[in-house]
Structures are given as structure tokens and as C-alpha cells.
Design a protein around this ligand. Structure first.
Ligand SMILES: NC(=O)c1ccc[n+]([C@@H]2O[C@H](COP(=O)([O-])OP(=O)(O)OC[C@H]3O[C@@H](n4cnc5c(N)ncnc54)[C@H](OP(=O)(O)O)[C@@H]3O)[C@@H](O)[C@H]2O)c1
Length: 275
């Protein structure tokens, strides 16, 4: 059985990967408390000792707005630590599986962004994630970089936020001029397992199929959850945030099998939560 080290195993995607990858791999997973990826010496020690076939890095600084002010930490986690992981992987002959984001793109597209579209982030989080990608490529290690978007799963996410707000609001204002593809972490984890088994290399775009706006995403959540909450469309200008968001962040997947539609993933997710 091939060996995997999973970092960031207590995050939303980390949890889904931990469940999925333990079926077909010898998996050793590390939460942030168990392995801080910015502790270069600790990372090097563990990787050198275990010499895994794959490092799957689900650790990241993911607070998009906080990244605007917590710049040093965001860069350290999303860029420097990723570069360090990549260099060690190169040294010991391990392949690095890493996750990146739709936010490496500027959102100015009618159709969406293909794997080879030119990144041009419009917020600092996106800049740090792009820097992480570049450091991996520069290291010369074997890698798969998987860009994904609008995740929901076990952890804090948009679906949970909407359900929480619906508890004491009958109407919720939601931004309707940003479009993307919501993605269920369970579906993404299944696709990652396939990439590992097939030993695929390169940059991949993996999201659930279909696209929507945040407002229509919220409507679908309330429809499936059978809640009467009304969604009122608002433009981004009416919901200012510290970090700018791309308007169209749809990732086009031209390399791998398509995942099922996001609505199907959402239905399973909400059903499992018993909502
Ligand atoms: N969430 C999305 O909508 C989305 C969209 C596109 C791409 N992505 C990418 O998908 C990947 C997974 O995201 P996610 O949604 O699962 O994020 P998440 O829930 O925030 O999980 C990230 C995990 O990494 C941990 N972490 C932070 N700093 C660390 C460090 N120095 N060392 C080790 N672990 C550290 C976090 O711990 P703490 O929480 O304790 O800090 C958390 O458990 C990331 O690469 C992200 O950029 C996410």
C-alpha cells in the first residue's frame, strides 16, 4: 500500500480527504496542532523519517478577508511553507498534491477559466495561493495542483452560514453578481483519490459541475432544506468586504472526468446533516 502524509487534516477538505484516502492508502494525517507546516524543521524531520509516496497538503490560511491584514502569516502558510514542502518532496522523491483556488483569477471572463488561463489575483489571499503554486512548479518536484472553489462540507462554510441566519431572519440579502461553482468536499476527495491512484501530474480544475451566484446558491439551500426564508439579490457594492472577490470564478475542467452537479452534492450534504 502506498503511503500518504496528509497535512491540515482538521480543515474542511482535510476531514473529507482523511475519510476517503484511508480506504486505499496507508494514511498518516496531521492537524495543525500535530504539524504546523510553517515549522520547516518539523516538516523536514517527519517527511525524511516517513518517506511517503505522496504528501497531500490541505493546510492553508483560508480566511480571505483576514489575509488582507494578516499578510505575513497568510504568505508564510500559503506560499513559503508550500515552497518548503515542495523542496523537501523534490529531495526525497515524494509527489506533492496541493490545493489552490479560483481566486488566483481576476474573474473577468464570460465563460470561466481553463487550467492554462493566465492567473491574475485581485486579493492578497489569491496572491499568496498563486505564489504557492509558483514555488511548487519552481521546485522541480512531481506535483498535482488542484484548483477548486466555493467548498462546503464538514466545517464552517456558506451553507452553514445561510442555515444559521435563517434561524432568526425571514429575509436575507445575498450578493447576486458573483458567479462560481459550489463544490462538496466529499466529491472533491473522491476525485483526489482517483488522481492519486492514476498518478496524474499537473494543474487541474476540479469543482462540482454547473455554476450559480451566491444568491441562487442560498435559494437552493433553503429550497432543499424546506425553509421559507426569502433571498433578496444585492450587488457586491452593497456588501463591501476587505478583500475584493472575482465576479466570475468558474473553473473550466478540460482534463479530468467531470464531478456531478453541485445541486446533487448539496442535497446529499443537507440530507446527511439532517436538515
Ligand atoms: N474553502 C473554500 O471555499 C476553498 C475554495 C477554493 C480553494 N480552497 C483551498 O482548499 C484547501 C482547503 O481549504 P479548506 O476549505 O479545507 O480550509 P480550512 O477549513 O480553513 O482548512 C485549512 C486547515 O489548515 C489548517 N492550517 C492553517 N495554518 C496551518 C499551518 N501553519 N500548519 C498546518 N495547518 C494549518 C487550519 O487550521 P486552523 O483552522 O486551526 O487555522 C485548517 O484546519 C486550501 O488550500 C484552500 O486554499 C478552499
Amino acid at each position: 500500500m502506498k503511503k500518504i502524509i496528509l497535512t491540515g487534516s482538521n480543515g474542511m477538505l482535510g476531514k473529507a480527504l482523511k475519510k476517503k484516502l484511508s480506504n486505499s492508502f496507508e494514511l498518516k494525517s496531521f492537524s495543525k496542532n500535530e504539524l504546523d507546516i510553517t515549522d520547516f524543521a518539523a516538516v523536514e524531520k517527519i517527511l525524511a523519517e516517513m518517506k511517503p509516496d505522496f504528501v497531500v497538503n490541505a493546510a492553508a490560511f483560508t480566511k480571505v478577508d483576514a489575509a488582507e491584514t494578516e499578510r505575513v502569516l497568510a504568505e508564510k502558510v500559503n506560499a513559503d511553507a508550500v515552497g518548503n514542502l515542495a523542496q523537501i518532496c523534490k529531495k526525497i522523491g515524494t509527489k506533492l498534491i496541493h490545493f489552490s483556488t479560483d481566486y488566483v483569477f481576476n474573474g473577468k471572463s464570460e465563460t470561466g477559466f481553463s487550467e492554462d488561463a493566465e492567473p491574475n489575483p485581485i486579493n492578497f489571499y489569491g496572491e499568496t495561493k498563486l505564489a504557492g503554486e509558483q514555488k511548487i512548479k519552481k521546485s522541480g518536484c512531481d506535483f498535482a495542483i488542484i484548483r477548486t472553489s466555493w467548498l462546503f462540507g464538514e466545517g464552517e462554510n456558506f451553507v452553514r452560514t445561510m442555515l444559521r441566519l435563517a434561524r432568526d431572519q425571514t429575509e436575507i440579502k445575498v450578493v447576486s453578481d458573483q458567479v462560481g461553482s459550489p463544490t462538496f468536499t466529499k466529491d472533491l476527495a473522491e476525485a483526489v483519490e482517483k488522481i492519486l491512484i492514476e498518478n496524474q501530474n499537473g494543474i487541474f480544475h476540479l469543482t462540482n459541475s454547473g455554476k450559480t451566484s451566491w444568491a441562487d446558491f442560498a435559494r437552493k439551500i433553503f429550497e432543499i432544506a424546506k425553509l421559507p426564508t426569502k433571498v433578496i439579490d444585492i450587488p457586491t457594492a452593497e456588501f463591501p468586504t476587505p478583500a475584493k472577490r472575482p465576479q466570475n470564478s468558474v473553473l473550466l475542467n478540460s482534463k479530468l472526468s467531470k464531478l456531478r452537479r453541485w445541486e446533487e452534492g448539496l442535497e446529499e450534504y443537507l440530507f446527511k446533516k439532517g436538515k
